[in-house]
Design a protein around this ligand. Structure first.
Ligand code: FAD
Ligand code: NAI
Length: 462
């Protein structure tokens, strides 16, 4: 008899959620994690610490820029960087311990150490080999770098180093105008650093609705973030107290440099599968290094599954979690399902940016007939009251059926509001369904309803 019904390798949002669900479904489950704490990239060096720093620095920005307008007078707070780091570490600790508690509560065994798969049905951790009917790989991802750049996680950093800098830098060059670059760039801008973002493409946040991306860039520029777009970074040279980033503008091949105390390399992440022994097992991989799976997260080797950042798809915690729950159902003999058409994406800057479903660009490329309903937060009383009227809700619906195809929001609490649309899309709702739903006043969500009204006879407050 096998030691376990399921061994999950990796204790991130994909792995730990999968392990808990497996145990809830009555399977004898273990989870292998090599870090000192559970929660993976997301809880330890990703989603959670970055949101803690975004929260702290957002509050600072409010105190510096908006408190006086509301009659809250007095000295602006000064920044105690050590304490801000301690707050971030407390938030991490609270969350990672929470997962440990959930493992105990659900009787998931944590096998501490780095795991490998010597043969199908076996997982080796340290000197011990454990047998399992099913193995689920959830080993996540790591930061990708660029040729000509040597990361030291001190002044030339990935997101991991950027979350724990020794001091607040005076200047930061961010390479890559993606999610990490803009979130961490915002953190350091609000802390007073000069921030320049250098991006290879001609627009920020590739893949995002073009109109939202343009508006987002304008808002970030107003906050003092500089952008160099269409620039291919050639390398980073370390000097005394400063680093020099060399780049070529793609339009004319002209060569330029930028100096900064800290350089953040945020040019994407790559799947992490080192040391698992996948090549020896004959596990098929995708050309870009992800583990190849079928529609039920099964690899080509019987009894071995893979989920999360280690497989194809958006590298998002909630996508990993959904796959974790679904594959647990599959190994328990039930029907696991993930609707990849309805996975929201959120950038936690101020304002937040959130999207789900198709962009206008994608629909144009498909040649599909669609209608757009847009509503600016300028017409939303609540957003105006909190100085966050920059931004809009853009709802895209099928021209004939009025069915919702996508939604893109830039504005306050966009990351929470997007779920109204996610639920609507799951139920195959139309813009009219949203427009006919009573929305409480005064809420930011009224802007979503107004955008839905704009798909029909028109918004009221536009
Ligand atoms: P991971 O979270 O990477 O977990 C994998 C775990 O497996 C790790 O703990 C690793 O130590 C362990 N492991 C690897 N190999 C082995 C082995 N052989 N044996 C034992 N253990 C092993 N996503 C969002 O949705 N929202 C956000 O706001 C967000 N913010 C982010 C901010 C930053 C700075 C970063 C870097 C990422 C962010 N992400 C965010 C992405 C998110 O963190 C990932 O998509 C998510 O963590 C993927 O989950 P996972 O379980 O697949 O892998
Ligand atoms: P990303 O893929 O979001 O952005 C990388 C950016 O770097 C792109 O704009 C790309 O064009 C640019 N780039 C690539 N090579 C370049 C070069 N040589 N010179 C200049 N620019 C270059 O990747 P990022 O920001 O590193 O994030 C990694 C992953 O983590 C993402 O997949 C994201 O989903 C996830 N994440 C999610 C967050 C969230 O959901 N809020 C927050 C942070 C990360």
């Amino acid at each position: 008899m096998a030691d376990f019904d399921v061994i999950v390798i990796g204790g991130g949002p994909g792995g730990y959620v999968c392990a808990i669900r497996c145990a809830q479904l009555g399977l004898k489950t273990a989870c292998v994690e090599g870090r000192e704490t559970l929660g993976g990239t997301c809880l330890n060096v990703g989603c959670i610490p970055s949101k803690a720093l975004l929260n702290a620095t957002h509050q600072l920005h409010e105190a510096e820029h908006n408190f006086a307008k509301m009659g809250l007078k007095g000295k602006s707070p000064s920044v105690d960087w050590k304490q801000m780091q301690a707050y971030k570490d407390d938030v991490i600790g609270g969350n990672t311990k929470g997962i440990e508690f959930l493992f105990k509560k659900n009787k998931v065994t944590w096998l501490k150490g780095w795991g490998s798969i010597p043969a199908a049905g076996q997982v080796k951790v340290g000197d011990e080999v454990h047998s399992a009917k099913n193995i689920i790989i959830a080993t996540g991802s790591e930061a990708a770098s660029l040729p000509g750049i040597e990361i030291d996680e001190d002044t030339v950093v990935t997101s991991t180093g950027a979350l724990s800098l020794k001091k607040i830098p005076k200047s930061v060059v961010v390479i890559g105008a993606g999610v990490i670059g803009l979130e961490m760039g915002s953190v350091y801008r609000r802390l007073g650093a000069e921030v320049t973002v250098v991006e290879f493409l001609d627009a920020i946040t590739p893949g995002m609705d073009g109109e939202v991306a343009k508006s987002f860039q304008k808002i970030l520029a107003k906050q003092g973030i500089d952008f160099v777009l269409g620039a291919a970074v050639q390398g980073v040279t370390k000097g005394k107290g400063k680093n020099t980033v060399a780049y070529k503008l793609r339009k004319d091949e002209s060569e330029h440099t930028l100096d900064a105390e800290v350089v953040l390399v945020a040019t994407g992440r790559k799947p992490y599968t080192d040391g698992l022994g996948l090549a020896e097992l004959g596990v098929e991989m995708e050309p870009r290094g992800q583990i190849k799976t079928d529609a039920h997260w099964a690899t080509n080797v019987k009894g071995i599954y893979a989920i999360g950042d280690a497989i194809v798809g958006p590298m998002l915690a909630h996508k990993a979690e959904d796959e974790g729950m679904a594959v647990a159902e599959v190994v328990a003999g039930k029907h696991g399902h993930v609707n990849y058409d309805v996975i929201p994406g959120v950038i936690y800057t101020t304002p937040e940016v959130a999207s789900v479903g198709k962009t206008e660009e994608a629909l144009k490329a498909e040649g599909r007939a669609y209608k757009v309903g847009k509503f600016s937060f300028m017409g939303n009383a609540r957003a105006k009251a909190v100085f966050q009227a920059d931004g809009f809700v853009k709802l895209i619906v099928d021209a004939a059926s009025d069915r919702i195809l996508g939604c893109h929001i830039i504005g306050p609490a966009a990351g929470d509001m997007i779920h109204e649309i996610c639920v609507a899309m799951e139920f195959g709702a139309s813009a009219q369904d949203i427009a006919l739903t009573c929305h409480a006043h005064p809420t930011y969500s009224e802007a979503v309803r107004e955008a839905a009204l704009a798909c029909g006879d028109g918004a009221i407050h536009a």
